[in-house]
Design a protein around this ligand. Structure first.
Ligand code: CUA
Length: 151
């Protein structure tokens, strides 16, 4: 007779779970993360904004930082960001998969050919950050770095 109670409890929690997932997905619009932007890896140099990589001001204290990764460098590889700037980093690659890790921060992306990956971060303190590639991409992998200065 206790089995019935447990069975009821089990089915009840299943429905509760499905209801929560359903409400979260449809009513609140929660979706799994997705790569929204695609790009032709052979035409990165001609495709805005990557035809002019670098920091672009987009609003009051808001910036876009567009970076092209290729074996074995980032373009640009010396970047200055004003303190307090909210920066959306967009990064893509012309060839193989690279990594994009800003050491000591929560910026850590995989850079895949054909896609643009983005991350927004506000830089509230001055300092220097090293960007490095954390996906093995070939013989020059260990040389693949860039510097960000927050001034
Ligand atoms: Cu690029 Cu490793």
């Amino acid at each position: 007779k206790y089995e019935k109670i447990w069975l009821f409890f089990g089915i009840g929690s299943l429905f509760l779970f499905l209801t929560i997932v359903g409400v979260s997905a449809f009513a609140q619009g929660n979706q799994p993360p997705s790569c929204l932007t695609t790009i032709d890896p052979e035409k990165v140099d001609q495709t805005p904004p990557f035809n002019k990589p670098g920091l672009v001001k987009t609003g009051d204290n808001e910036y876009q930082l567009n970076i092209v990764a290729s074996a074995f460098a980032y373009t640009p590889n010396q970047i200055e960001i004003p303190k307090g700037a909210k920066v959306t980093i967009n990064v893509t690659t012309k060839d193989v998969i690279h990594g994009f890790e800003m050491v000591g921060t929560n910026v850590n992306m995989m850079v895949e050919p054909g896609y643009v990956n983005s991350f927004t971060k506000t830089f509230n303190e001055t300092g220097e950050f090293t960007i490095l590639c954390n996906e093995y991409c070939g013989t020059g992998h260990h040389l693949m770095t860039a510097k960000v200065k927050v001034v």
